[in-house]
Design a protein around this ligand. Structure first.
Ligand code: AMP
Length: 399
């Protein structure tokens, strides 16, 4: 079964055509700078392809181009659109209306309108992506929506409620939603496989660490807590995002500097985290270099992120009443042996053991077990695969 996976951002549309039976990626690519000028990259599974500047006025135009590249010319991988069995869409925010992936119908799209403003930069383009698919491929090709928030919908109220008047939860649904749910779900399922157990028999902390980062507690296959909050701004220090703060820091800076809510939101999302603390870069590799050269603010930024992750591993183990495995994924989680070593240092009291040699060699897309034989808690690196998870959900829903 061939599933087209679509991930539409505010000015981009990424895609992968996946053969879901054998996980093969037949083609993938990205339309960038939609609504600005437009750039289109397309690659076949064996690495051939092209990159070109092309006018991309909107998501519909981008989607038409994707279909053209998949079906015609030198780098086509299918003969016609009839080979696309279904389309799976990544949706950033489903509020508390969507607890699972769903098959798209007119009704579902109407319901989605009720949560569209939870992710004003991401949900509207995702909807455009769905509309473009339905127009171009016709309603006979089913579409499925896979929500980044859905996996976290099993959190109990004690984990999702914020300490503000309850009426804001009732009126505006202000609560913790989390993000990266598809990734946390994928790596926790894979982790259970590696442990040789059913998901119901496991207690796992999953660390998705990239430009955006979040940590989840997955007890018996269900998310019971996660670090991101109402939006993906919450949680640990990230590339450009502040993560959790004493809320009065926000009002204090706004008053001192005369900053509007919109500008403050921008400051917390784009000018904080690694870039804000270090003043050097939002990229962990740049900070690695700077820290090695002895630049103090770079070291503080990295140490702070690692310390926050370590604290959450402890907190989530306490929340679940135990820990079977700790999983690292995402660009930093899969590649930074220094971060993994720092997080796992002095954690023997929890049953975490750590093999430095395995840690060094498990990078660049490799899966591996970093713990010592006999260690009570396994420490895994599991490269995430959100697109495959989306394709799998799509297959399940369309039968
Ligand atoms: P992602 O958002 O998952 O693509 O991850 C991007 C982050 O991963 C950036 O901060 C990169 O610097 C980081 N990253 C990628 N490769 C490495 C590496 N070899 N060592 C440390 N960080 C890395």
């Amino acid at each position: 079964m061939k599933i087209l996976v679509i991930n539409a951002g505010s000015s981009s549309l990424k895609y992968q055509l996946i053969n879901v039976e054998n996980k093969d990626v037949l083609a993938k690519g990205n339309c960038e700078r939609i609504g600005i000028d437009g750039r289109f990259k397309h690659k076949t599974g064996d690495g051939r392809g092209f990159e070109r500047e092309v006018a991309l006025p909107d998501h519909r135009a981008a989607f038409r181009l994707v279909i053209e590249a998949l079906t015609t010319g030198e780098f086509a991988v299918i003969g016609s659109t009839s080979e696309i069995d279904a389309v799976g869409h990544r949706i950033v925010h489903g509020g508390d209306k969507f607890t699972h992936s769903v098959l798209v119908t007119d009704e579902v799209l109407k319901e989605f309108q009720g949560v569209i403003n939870f992710a004003p930069l991401h949900n509207p383009p995702a909807l455009s992506g769905i509309e473009a698919c339905r127009e171009t491929l016709g309603k006979a090709v089913p579409n499925v929506m896979v929500f980044d928030t859905a996996f976290h919908q099993t959190m109990p109220p004690q984990a999702y409620i914020f300490g503000v008047p309850y009426k804001y939860y009732e009126q505006y649904r202000v609560r913790r939603y989390g993000a990266h749910g598809t990734s946390h779900r994928y790596v926790s399922l894979r982790c259970a496989e590696l442990l040789g157990k059913k998901p119901e028999e496991t207690k796992i902390v999953t660390c998705h660490l990239g430009n955006g980062s979040s940590i989840s507690a997955v007890d018996a296959g269900k998310c019971v807590d996660t670090s991101m909050g109402f939006t993906p701004l919450g949680g640990i220090i990230m590339g450009t995002r502040s993560g959790d703060l004493d809320p009065s820091v926000v009002t204090f800076i706004m008053e001192k500097e005369g900053i509007s809510p919109r500008d403050m939101e921008n400051l917390l999302n784009k000018e904080s985290g690694f870039i804000g603390i270090s003043g050097i870069s939002s990229d962990d590799r740049d900070l690695e270099e700077a820290t090695a050269k002895g630049i103090e603010r770079s070291k503080i930024a990295q140490d702070a992120q690692r310390y926050q992750i370590k604290k959450l591993v402890g907190a989530y183990s306490a929340a679940m009443g135990g820990l079977d495995a700790l999983v690292f994924t995402g660009g930093i989680g899969e590649n930074s042996s220094l971060l993994r070593a720092a997080v796992c240092e002095n954690m023997e009291y929890l049953g975490i053991t750590f093999d430095p040699a395995k840690n060094e060699e498990t990078i660049r897309g490799k899966e591996g077990d970093l713990s010592l034989p006999g260690g009570k808690v396994r420490v895994y690196v599991i490269p995430t695969n959100e697109e495959y998870m989306i394709a799998l959900d799509t297959k399940t829903l369309v039968g």
